[in-house]
Design a protein around this ligand. Structure first.
Ligand SMILES: NC(=O)C1=CN([C@@H]2O[C@H](COP(=O)(O)OP(=O)(O)OC[C@H]3O[C@@H](n4cnc5c(N)ncnc54)[C@H](OP(=O)(O)O)[C@@H]3O)[C@@H](O)[C@H]2O)[C@H](O)CC1
Ligand SMILES: [K+]
Length: 538
């Protein structure tokens, strides 16, 4: 059990499954025992909790991440300006291939596998399994077709239902092996005659893997017909309620590799996944989703061709190029599909129920399951929320740590009432905790402080929350100085202003600049060094 620093005492736990919210209440004076039968509470009509649907609009200050031209959405990095990257002509694309598979020692199998995986990843990023389950991969005679075979295999493992049309098979072992792999998974191979004229009747995604950068002239049979069916899709889509989409690998098939869709009567893919570097025709791509994949380009190629390519963050296989399409927020909705939440399965002890759900979240491998929104309001009654990390819980309360100088600590010193909210996406569950917060002993704070990594301890000293500092460099310098000071491994003293109050934020917060007393944005950095930028009120 972790030490207790901040505790919510009186609390209401609200367990929610698929957003059907049930309320569990504890007696207002004690958090340790619950005498109230859970089932009686569960029978309340949701109307009692929500009343009629109200439309709220919040005007005020908004915090958001700093936009520095590139940002991450669902782990995929976005390159906002497509003109900032290099485009290859047909000769360069072939030359890169030759160097990779010549002096640089790559095999085509390897590159194809990585290329195919990046395409499958991009598809899965954009087209969800529920709405885009049936995928037809149309494969051509060359390596682009081979990429398509690899994509079909990965999509199968991602949970999609792939089909393959591969009318001009290549007899080389690489390709026969890829076909065998798909056949062993039971993936159906369809002939051109098996396919409906209106491909959207049977398929949600059409993966265009017919031609890549070696395409020349005009498409020959049977690809002329297949390309025409993809062109016709647009007309069918206009009358279809649920349009199907085309995802092209490297080049939209039939397009001129450098000039693009010269006559304007070619296919109009919704997604293009360029490999290695986009080819010139990609500049003419007008679909919604342009990705770059093929994370295998070594620095020697980058230097030789003077390539400007975005970096792939973390373990991402692809990067989005250009802005994601604007989404009508009012039309965004999910169908929450999760096992029924049954009263008889709810533990009468809300803490045990919380433990059960926390175990589920851990088993599901969700990221930062202990992240929770903490909402406080000072004496002015104006609420503010931020994410903090749960560091332990028991029947006395839920524990987190913070800096006494922070706004949340100040709020709590004026008004002990606060709420916590966990939201576990993927399990469709949320837990609400409401109550009052107490300070805890200095001893407990001290104990927890020294259990943290040294970098975080130094960060806590460097970050005097809610104070104005000259700039970010000042913060870094302060950190470096402290790091040097404690480099001998000596005990790092806990600063007086840290601990003993509601707790440990994901990082600490420093007001970097004060611009007309406007609102702020926080920036995540290493070792809990965070700072705020002021942004204008809107
Ligand atoms: N380095 C990388 O990024 C990697 C990319 N990969 C993928 O490989 C393709 C390029 O592969 P390549 O085999 O060189 O070429 P294609 O897939 O474009 O296809 C060549 C075959 O298509 C025939 N072809 C060409 N034009 C036509 C046409 N008008 N009608 C019918 N058939 C045509 C051609 O036959 P020819 O007799 O005409 O020469 C070939 O049979 C690249 O774009 C990526 O997708 C690798 O997978 C990994 C490394
Ligand atoms: K293609």
């Amino acid at each position: 059990m972790l030490p207790l620093l901040g505790k919510t005492k009186t609390m209401i736990l609200t367990y929610s499954s698929s957003f059907i919210t049930h309320l569990l209440a504890l007696p207002p004076t004690s958090a340790s025992t619950s005498t109230r039968p859970v089932s009686s509470l569960l029978h309340r009509s949701p109307q009692g909790f929500f009343g009629s649907i109200l439309r709220y609009k919040l005007r005020g200050y908004c915090s958001s991440r700093v936009n520095r031209g590139e940002f991450m959405a669902s782990n995929i990095k976005v390159v906002q300006n497509p003109d900032s990257i290099s485009y290859l002509n047909q000769r360069e694309a072939a030359e890169v291939d030759e160097i990779l598979m010549g002096p640089l020692g790559f095999s085509v199998d390897q590159l194809m596998e990585l290329a195919g995986l990046s395409v499958a990843t991009a598809i899965a990023e954009v087209y969800n399994l529920k709405d885009y389950n049936r995928v037809l991969t149309i494969c051509g005679p060359g390596n682009n077709g081979g990429d398509g075979l690899v994509v079909a295999r990965h999509l199968y493992h991602f949970g999609y239902k792939p089909f393959v049309c591969y009318p001009k098979r290549t007899a080389k072992p690489l390709y026969t092996g890829l076909v065998t792999q798909l056949e062993s998974l039971g993936i159906p191979f369809l002939s051109v005659d098996d396919l409906p004229m209106n491909l959207s009747e049977d398929f949600n995604i059409l993966v265009d893997a017919m031609f890549g950068f070696s395409f020349h002239g005009t498409p020959r049979a049977p690809f002329d017909d297949l390309i025409q069916r993809l062109v016709n899709l647009q007309n069918y889509n206009e009358i279809n309620k649920k349009p199907s989409v085309i995802a092209s690998i490297d080049i939209p098939s039939g397009w001129h590799v450098e000039e693009g869709d010269t006559n304007g009567d070619g296919i109009k893919p919704d997604m293009l996944v360029s490999l290695t570097a986009p080819k010139l025709c990609a500049k003419k791509f007008c679909g919604s989703h342009h990705f770059l994949g093929g994370r295998f380009v070594p620095p020697s190629i980058v230097d030789k061709f003077n390539l400007h390519l975005p970096s792939y963050p973390g373990s991402c296989m692809c990067v989005r190029i250009g802005k994601a399409p604007q989404i009508d927020i009012s039309s965004m909705r999910e169908n929450y599909i999760s096992p029924e939440f049954r009263e008889e399965e709810v533990d009468p002890d809300p803490f045990l129920q919380f433990q059960k759900w926390f175990d589920d979240v851990m088993a599901a491998g969700l990221k930062e399951p202990n992240a929770m929104a903490l909402c406080t309001a000072g004496k002015d009654g104006k609420p503010s929320s931020r994410m903090v990390l749960l560091k332990g819980f028991d029947k006395d309360g839920f524990v987190w740590y913070t800096n006494y100088g922070s706004r949340k600590a100040k709020d709590l010193s004026e008004n002990a009432n606060a709420s916590l909210l966990f939201y576990w996406d993927g399990l469709n569950r949320q837990v609400r905790i409401e109550g009052s917060v107490q300070k805890v002993s200095e001893e407990e704070s001290e104990h927890y402080f020294h259990s943290r990594p040294r970098g975080s301890q130094i960060g806590a000293i460097a970050s005097k929350q809610s104070t104005v500092i000259p700039g970010r460099d000042f913060l870094h310098q302060e950190y470096k100085d402290l790091e040097a000071k404690f480099s001998d491994g000596a005990l790092i003293p806990k600063p007086e202003y840290w601990g003993g109050h509601p707790g440990c934020m994901i990082g600490y917060v420093i007001f970097l600049k004060k611009v007309d007393g406007k609102s702020d944005v926080w920036l995540h950095d290493y070792h809990s060094l965070h700072h705020h930028y002021k942004i204008p009120k809107f």
